[in-house]
Structure formats: structure tokens, C-alpha cells
Ligand binder design. Sequence first.
Ligand SMILES: [Zn+2]
Length: 177
Amino acid sequence: MIPGLEPVPLRELQALGSVRDWEFEGHLEDLETLTPVRGRLLAEHRGNVLEVRGLAKTIVTLCCDRCLNQFNRALSTSTNELIWLGDREASEAMAEEGLDASALEGLVECLDPRGDFEPERWVFEQLSLQLPAVNFCGDACPGIPQSLKKEASSSELPAVDPRWEALLTLRSAVDEL
Ligand SMILES: [Zn+2]
């Protein structure tokens, strides 16, 4: 939990009538990071939409998919997002606001206007989007570890199905007990 980023009722933001500003530093519950997440978040209630602008950065430790070594990767996000307050289907109301629902690719998020805005969740989601789909430690990657290479070449023989191999390993581990 990042101190200060507690959920805030949208009605409270509306009553505020101005921009709510958070500066924060701390660790997210659902994203393990090497350094605290630092950033700033601004939210403004504009009737039917909540405009959220945020900057956040941190460093995560990832495991390379190739060499299996751990490596650090900086994650940062700079996002400007409009969150629709109300029913996703309320395109008529959106049109009244001068917002064209079909043109609003970015406006996929929507919140119940009687509910809360969760700044910490927002930061978590934005940073999660920045996580690489493939973890690769970089050009200096030493490649597939030798031990795995050996396993790979021996499995070319018509040997045990790898799924069974795991069981066999387990069985021999149990036998050793
Ligand atoms: Zn690597």
C-alpha cells in the first residue's frame, strides 16, 4: 500500500471542484519492485468524466526468458486518461458532452459515479502495462544455459515425455527422502 493513495469517493472529487494532486512514494501490493514507486497523480472531476494524469517510475527485477538470469528494468509511465463516469452504454450522454464514443478508443475505462477512484490501482495498472511481454536481459544475454541445452539435446532422443520427466524427477526426489 502506498501511503496517501487510499481510494477516494468520486463524489468527494466532484465536491472538491478542482484538481486533486497526489505525490507519492511507496511499494505496490501487487507489483514487486526493487525501488519504491515514485510519482505524481492529478485527477479532475469534470462531470461525466474523470481526467487522470499520472507519472510513475520504478525499477523491477525480471527473470530473462532465455538465460534465466535476473535483471533490472526501469519502468515508467506517463499517462493522460479520461475515465467515463457512468454506464459504458451511455453513448447518448457522451455525445451530449461532445464526446464521440466511437472515436474514444482511449476511453475504455468507466467507473460508477457513486463509487471510488482508486489511485493506487490506477498506478498499478499503468505500470503493469509497461511490463515487457518477453523478458530479455539485453544484448549481453549469455543465451540458454548449458545445463538446459544438454537437456534439450537429450530430449531429441525418443525418451521420456517431458511431462513424465518432471514426475520422474519428483519421484526420485521423494525416493531420496
Ligand atoms: Zn538473458
